[in-house]
Design a binder for this molecule. Structure first.
Ligand code: AMP
Ligand code: TRP
Length: 341
């Protein structure tokens, strides 16, 4: 059975971009068709300046939202990265395979490092090594497919490169994974600035739809979306990025096709109105389930505890194999177990 792994960082409130680019498929497709793990990757939230209490709150919220999107712990494994030590242990071995040069070429590192420096802050070493930890997240489970938005393609490519390099040097140890992207809305853009991604880091943003935005807030944000000059509704990502973004959002919410949808509308106003309603309808069940889960925090905790236990059992043999392959001496306790067993 195909093994699927993906994750979401608790660095801000989750957005419509997270949902359409990634989470929607996890619940609708991946958990049914694959042996799937979904993870709140909290260690990744420590790579930029952070507030410990906020990371804890957002981690709990991200876990509830994962379940609210329809992930069913009977069908897949939902857990928190820091509860499974194997990720960090494998990450160090992969750091011994990755090079300084390839880390510095990562687009997200370069962009975020510039932003941190502009703010007068310092760049944490973990921001540079972050893609190695991400590779460990993926490789430790023998993952075949990584369903992510388009912004993560380069990081998954690195995970592939590291798996191939490790296997070549030290013997076959890791499955070589590949990224999968949705057919539409693989990069949802900011409604006020269609040249930049709808990212979740800022706290308020008129161009960012959050999964927990009230229906009226969603409507207002979509109706005020920046569109391009011109009057006819055409689907052209290059020339009409604002319009294309709305068409993609509508298509992703209704299961349609952005080119076909463009033929249905005669005005921007009608398109915006239908897009707003489609987003409200997609978010409604997620928000309802989230509310119910918030009333039952014990349930979410139990899901995460069970999830971590299952994840650990899957991760441990891979890390053991990698330790051995790279030349580390088995610990005495392990030798005893082996000798007895
Ligand atoms: P992150 O918020 O960076 O932890 O992302 C979690 C998942 O959501 C990843 O698979 C991202 O690729 C995806 N994602 C985040 N923002 C967007 C966006 N604006 N459009 C499409 N996918 C996104
Ligand atoms: N880097 C991803 C992001 O910013 C989150 C992530 C961490 C991830 N580890 C992962 C995604 C492993 C997929 C698989 O969105």
């Amino acid at each position: 059975m195909t093994r699927v792994f993906s994750g979401v960082k608790p660095t801000g409130n989750l957005t419509l971009g997270n949902y359409l680019g990634a989470m929607q498929r996890w619940a609708a497709v991946d958990q049914h068709q694959a042996d799937a793990l979904f993870c709140v990757v909290d260690l990744h939230a420590l790579t930029v300046e952070h507030d410990p209490a906020r990371v804890r709150r957002l981690s709990r919220q991200a876990a509830s939202l994962l379940l609210a999107t329809g992930l069913d712990p009977e069908l897949c494994t939902v857990f928190v990265q820091s509860h499974v030590d194997e990720h960090a242990r494998l990450s160090y071995l992969l750091e011994c395979v990755a090079t300084d040069g390839e880390m510095r070429r990562m687009i997200q590192y370069r962009e975020k490092a510039v932003r941190e420096r502009e703010r007068g802050g310092s760049v944490r070493l973990s921001l540079l090594t972050y893609p190695v930890l991400m590779a460990a997240d993926i490789l430790v489970y023998g993952t075949d497919e990584v369903p992510v938005g388009d912004d993560q393609a380069q990081h998954v490519e690195l995970a592939r490169d590291l798996a191939v390099r490790f296997n070549r040097r030290y013997g076959y140890t890791f499955v070589v994974p590949r990224a999968t992207h949705p057919t539409v809305a693989t990069r949802v853009m900011n409604l006020q600035d269609p040249a930049s991604k709808m990212g979740k880091s800022e706290d308020v943003g008129p161009g960012i739809v959050y999964l927990l935005d009230e229906p009226d807030v969603v409507r207002k944000k979509v109706l005020r979306a920046v569109t391009d000059s011109g009057r006819e509704v055409v689907y052209d990502r290059e020339a009409r990025p604002g319009l294309a973004n709305l068409l993609e959002i509508l298509a992703a919410c209704t299961g349609g096709n952005p080119s076909e949808l463009s033929g249905v509308y005669e005005s921007y106003g009608a398109l915006k109105k239908d897009t707003a309603e489609a987003v409200v309808e997609v978010l409604r069940p997620v928000q309802e389930r989230h509310k119910a889960l918030c009333a039952d925090p014990g349930y979410v905790e139990e899901v995460l505890r069970d999830g971590a236990e299952r994840a650990r059992a899957m991760a441990r043999p891979t890390v053991d194999a990698a330790y051995q392959a790279i030349g580390l001496l088995a610990a005495a306790a392990d030798i005893e177990v082996t000798a007895q067993g």
